[in-house]
Design a protein around this ligand. Sequence first.
Ligand code: HEM
Length: 153
Amino acid sequence: MTFEIIPYQNTNLPEVQLPDKEFLNQLGESGIRKLSNDHYNLLRKSEINNLFPEDDIEFEKAKLRSSDFLIQIMGGRPYFNENRGKPMLAQRHAPFKITPKARLTWLECYSEVLKKIDLEEEIMSSFWKYLNMLSMRMVNTPEIQQEFTFNFK
Ligand code: HEM
């Protein structure tokens, strides 16, 4: 399938639909852990690497939080609630400046990883759509305005 990115919008956001549980059933917990691992490793090499923990141990913990969340929302064990409490994802992302461009990079890194996974198109596209829609809600910073140089002469 082609991993098209749905353009960012900040109004009239439709309700986010959870991905097909078959995504978890077929990949298993270990597949989801690998997914987060590979996604985060790409993020670390991307232009938004400054958003993520520099410390290796903290970085590994971030991978775990991300996979805990995915396993939980697809009907697996509620690891995220057990380890972190209520998801409140928008609130947890608030300390980080997430621009529409950062969202694009985040999704592009995801698509690189997903491309290598062999799953039925319907299952894969439900997961991809979920990431596209939920990521719009994590954007909390408009694009940096271009700076103007005034010439006072
Ligand atoms: C718009 C693109 C996104 C960006 C740039 C982004 C960036 C970040 C950053 C910087 C953190 C904190 C460091 C860390 O713990 O990894 C984080 C945490 C997290 N993100 Fe995202 N994120 C995005 C979208 C999403 C989406 C769509 C999901 C859900 C599928 C998600 C799930 C999480 C989770 C579960 C955490 C850990 C929260 C915690 O326990 O503190 N993120 N994200």
